[in-house]
Design a binder for this molecule. Structure first.
Ligand code: TPP
Ligand code: MG
Length: 555
């Protein structure tokens, strides 16, 4: 007896090395669920809402660099999954989303929960495909994994009509198709030579490292070597902190929201920019104003599609980030120049000064400056930090110096609700590491239901909620554009410590700085999923504003 479609799908997952599938169950893919029931090497982790589940999977993939698999049922399940797929698309994260679909003979009638996935996901995903013949499962599903992980990685949607999963698959198809292990694209040697010459001759060069560095094994270590040999500072792209150790004396700071004053100017004065694995997003480039005609640009990216999108490179190179760095290291001679050393020292001094908090205390509130400082001091050096989007992020960006063993997982897509589920995904991948998520009260409640998933699967993440009882980011924009005309940004909140306990987790509420360090220790020691609510001052909306207030003796 051959395998039915559901079993054939699970056979492909097994061959692709998948050990976790994240999803919300649906009657449109019972065959796949039942085949997972039979397969001891694969665990199905079921969450509470597909939006949260999509972030769990995205976080798992971002932490491991492996393709994450998530599943959802027809229309309402699949559309709920959208936020995480959009994030994976913008963040170049490899994912395969398998969706149950209406029976083939009903498609096109607006059948129960029917959505035309090909057109719905066209702009949200790298590829969207339907398997309408069970014999093509091995071919199409292995290809889906290949597309997700190769070139510029991204999410692939595979639609699985319910009745197709009942059909028996010709076993030979599994012999004809399998995982595609393509090598990482190497650069042309002549181009690397040209890059090496430009990098040694430039007067004031700088390197910008993006997500392509994070995804390319060994790239950060080799980037450190290149930066040290050539005495060139390295800045990181928006929310790509760990592409270069922030603790290294050649670190220049991060770009995007809350970036250090002076860094953009430094880049604009540079005569050569080496951009590694970055698409020059709107955030990284501050609305595409980062580079000007003065600087030469060597742009290295795994996908030629990323070249010339925002800036015309003087020297475009299609290559994997690490493959490029390995070739570069073979031919560069160390550059010792007083000017370079001075420039490096200046920009790093600025960064160290910018990222060193001057601690203050308020009576009724705790503050994020102290929280981030304490996290940096107390978390193990290999801790993973995730976050949402929101104003609280400006404190992470400014004060958390991500060391060589830290990972930071955040949505460059700006999706609220990302942090806690992404932390669950990371902790499932690395149960031995401490994983901390930081969100605002707005963002946390967007996917709060996944805290139950963490409790049920015993995934002890630590969630820090910066509670200011407002959608702070939008309030700040509102005040700037329409002063004193507040609408839609007020919130009320439950007692989050009690909420955590009600869910079966561990909870703490911190309303003064002095309480945080002990609360953090207790949360870690509880070995339960934990929430630490930080009661923050709603009138202080960013790290920049706070620092200005301190300098004016208002704090
Ligand atoms: C999914 C999603 N919805 C809406 C927004 C728009 N948005 C950006 S920040 C923000 C408010 C964030 O509030 P909170 O999480 O409480 O953080 P705070 O800014 O108060 O620190 C909103 C609504 C978004 N980025 N993502
Ligand atoms: Mg808030």
């Amino acid at each position: 007896m051959g395998k039915h479609g559901g079993q054939s799908i699970v056979e492909v997952l097994k061959k692709e090395g998948v050990t976790k599938v994240f999803g919300v169950p649906g009657e449109s893919y019972l065959n796949v669920l039942d085949a997972i029931y039979e397969e001891p090497s694969i665990e199905f982790i079921s969450g509470r809402q597909e939006g949260g589940v999509s972030f769990i999977a995205e976080g798992y993939a971002k932490a491991t660099g492996e393709v994450a698999v998530c599943m959802a049922t027809r229309g309402p399940g699949a559309t709920n999954l959208s936020a995480g797929l959009h994030t994976a698309q913008q963040d170049s994260t490899p994912m395969v989303a398998m969706l149950g679909q209406v029976e083939r003979h009903f498609i096109g009638r607006e059948a129960f929960q029917e959505v035309d996935f090909a057109s719905y996901f066209k702009d949200l995903c790298k590829w969207s495909v339907e398997i309408d013949d069970a014999n093509r499962i091995p071919e199409i599903l292995h290809r889906a994994f290949h597309v997700a992980r190769s070139g510029r990685p991204g999410p692939v949607v595979v639609s699985l009509p319910e009745d197709m999963q009942d059909d028996i698959v010709d076993g030979r198809q599994h012999e004809l198709f399998g995982p595609i292990q393509a090598g990482r694209p190497r650069p042309e040697k002549a181009l690397v030579k040209e890059a090496a010459e430009k990098l040694s001759q430039a007067k004031k060069p700088i390197i910008i490292a993006g997500g392509g560095v994070n995804l390319s094994k060994g790239a950060t270590e080799n980037l450190v070597k290149v930066s040290e040999a050539l005495n060139i500072p390295v800045a990181t792209a928006f929310r790509r902190f760990h592409a270069f150790p922030n603790t290294h004396p050649n670190y220049a700071g991060t770009l995007g929201l809350g970036a250090m004053e002076g860094l953009t100017e430094y880049i604009q004065e540079s005569d050569l920019v080496l951009a590694l694995g970055t698409k020059f997003s709107q955030m990284t480039t501050s609305d595409y104003t980062l580079l000007n005609e003065k600087s030469e640009l060597i742009h290295v990216d795994i996908s030629s599609d990323m070249l010339g999108r925002a800036y015309k490179p003087t020297l475009p190179i299609v290559a994997d980030a690490n493959a490029f760095l390995v070739e570069l290291l073979k031919i560069i001679e160390p550059v010792q120049s007083e000017e370079r050393e001075k420039n490096l020292q200046d920009i790093n001094d600025k960064y160290v000064d910018f990222s060193t908090p001057h601690l203050t205390n308020q009576e009724q509130f705790a503050d994020l400056k102290t929280v981030i400082h304490t996290l940096r001091e107390q978390l193990p050096e290999n801790a993973i930090v995730t976050s949402d989007a929101g104003n609280f992020f400006s404190w992470i960006s400014r004060y958390y110096r991500f060391g060589p063993k830290n990972l930071y997982l955040g949505p460059t897509s700006g999706a609220m609700g990302y942090g806690m589920p992404a932390a669950i995904g990371a902790k499932v991948a690395f149960p031995e590491k401490v994983v901390v998520s930081i969100s605002g009260d707005g963002g946390f409640m967007m996917t709060m239901q996944e805290f139950e998933t963490a409790v049920r699967y015993n995934v002890p993440i630590i969630q820090i909620i910066a509670n200011n009882n407002i959608y702070g980011t939008i309030r700040a924009h509102q005040e700037a554009k329409f002063p004193e005309r507040v609408i839609a940004t007020k919130l009320s909140n439950p007692n989050y410590a009690d909420l955590a306990t009600n869910f079966g987790g561990y909870g703490e509420r911190v309303s003064h700085n002095d309480q945080f360090a002990d609360a953090l220790q207790r949360a870690i020691e509880s070995k339960k999923p934990a929430i630490i609510e930080i009661v923050t001052n709603p009138t202080i909306l960013s790290a920049k504003q706070e620092e200005a207030m301190r300098q004016n003796n208002e704090l």
